[in-house]
Design a protein around this ligand. Structure first.
Ligand SMILES: [Zn+2]
Ligand SMILES: [Zn+2]
Length: 434
């Protein structure tokens, strides 16, 4: 009973802290209690501890701690990979020998198929991937994957470290020290950036880990239930001498009448039978499988919405600025748009010839904005003005591309097209097969 309660409290607390620490920064949680807990955990508590340490020891304790924290959060290291694989390995070594003799052959076969998968997919996610890392050799090819949407990405921006033009949807990672194609995020679970080449392996890692952990919990339940029934038959035998009318001596209800009917007793019965090795690990699996499942569900949502984790932050910034009324949506001049693209139905705005400020087209040169293989191209340009007034003079990156008189204030993201969204199935195909 006490063991059951302690395991539950420990696992739930650890899962919650892990979830908040790693996922609380996601834009989806920005204005939620999880986002608040994240700021509390990552910013406010460390800063309060630093202030206290400065008063007490002149900052000696926290200077070492912050060096370690900086190393863990902002440098490449294998600590989290080793922790994750160590946990999976330790749980498998504790759990499987204790239940192997009661497992049916098809369960044994399924375990042999499922268990190696997280190791395999983690290796593929962590491996250096030339489709993900942009270098001088593949830069020209990387520039042709996605168009600049002029909402999240503009042509003509160079990476100051890599010294080449940033392809649309790419981002420089200061931890991996390279620009990453279709950057999703730098993931410390795989000690690598997730991008165009390895994002599919990360999805496979999440799916295989979810299935493995959930299957482990199911195996613990099915293999321990007959043992628990046998073990507690003695309570049933005891109960036959003290029967209550109409009760079945072998039923769970009877056993619960002996021990008290609540979830903790239910779990403690299994812990009595299977011990920490079988039941403890099974309980850990039952409580933790929602973590990889939740992350997988979040990435399925991102695929549905046609964006990466990196882009979800940029969209959230636009949404916040729109709510303040400082964002204006303009329409591109048709003569600056690429040919042979599919465009949604044109809007009812006046043509560029009626613009009061005729400007010669300043289409970026071919190496700055090459033709892409992407089927859509943006018709819009989004701009925020510090004054909150419609733009009078356009920034150079927009001048010549936008119709000057077409800017109108927008209050919602619904007014803006996401050209990287092709619809769920095409987005999924693009994420898995590029
Ligand atoms: Zn770079
Ligand atoms: Zn990285």
């Amino acid at each position: 009973m006490t063991l059951a309660r302690n395991i539950i409290i420990f696992t739930v607390t650890l899962s919650l802290v892990t979830f908040v620490a790693f996922f609380g920064r996601l834009p989806a949680f920005r204005n939620t209690p999880i986002g608040f807990l994240h700021r509390l955990l990552i910013e406010h508590i460390p800063s309060a501890l630093r202030k206290l340490d400065v008063k007490l020891t002149n900052g000696r304790i926290t200077s070492g701690g912050s060096r370690l924290g900086h190393h863990l959060m902002y440098e490449k290291h294998l600590a989290v990979v080793i922790f994750f694989l160590g946990l999976v390995t330790a749980c498998a070594l504790l759990f499987l020998p204790s239940v192997w003799h009661v497992l049916r052959w098809h369960h044994k076969l399924t375990v042999c198929v499922l268990l190696p998968q997280p190791y395999f997919f983690l290796y593929l996610s962590a491996k250096r991937n030339d489709q993900t890392y942009i270098n001088a050799l593949n830069h020209a090819e990387q520039m042709r994957h996605y168009p600049y949407d002029r909402v999240l990405y503009y042509p003509g921006n160079a990476c100051t470290t890599c010294k080449f033009l940033k392809p649309a949807r790419s981002k420089h990672c200061s931890i991996c020290k390279t620009c990453v194609s279709r950057m999703d995020h730098h993931c410390i679970w795989v000690n690598n950036c997730l991008g165009r080449g390895n994002y599919k392996w990360f999805l496979a890692l999440l799916l295989s880990t979810t299935i493995l952990i959930a299957y482990g919990a199911y195996l613990a339940y099915t293999s321990l239930t007959p043992m628990a029934a046998k073990h507690y038959a003695k309570y049933a035998r005891w109960y036959t001498y003290h029967p209550s009318p109409g009760s079945d001596p072998l039923s769970w209800a009877t056993r619960f009448e002996v021990k008290g009917h609540n979830t903790l007793n239910y779990i403690s019965i299994y812990l009595d039978v299977g011990g920490f090795r079988a039941s403890g690990v099974g309980l850990l699996a039952l409580l933790t499988w929602p973590l990889p499942f939740g992350l997988l569900a979040y990435h399925i949502y991102l695929i549905w919405a046609g964006m990466t984790t990196n882009e979800s932050g940029k969209w959230a910034d636009w949404r916040d600025d729109m709510a303040e009324g400082v964002v204006f949506l303009g329409h591109r001049r048709e003569d600056t748009m690429r040919e042979n693209k599919f465009f949604p139905q044109p809007s009812d705005h006046s043509s560029s010839s009626s613009s009061p400020f005729p400007t010669p087209p300043e289409t970026p040169p071919e190496d700055e904005e090459p033709h892409t293989t992407w089927p859509l191209e943006s018709r819009h340009i989004l701009i925020r003005t510090p004054s909150g007034q419609p733009p009078r003079t356009l920034p150079s990156r927009i001048r010549g591309v936008a119709k000057e008189d077409s800017f109108e204030r927008v209050w919602s993201l619904a007014a803006v097209e996401n050209v990287y969204d092709l619809g769920f199935w095409d987005n999924l195909r693009e994420a898995l097969l590029n």
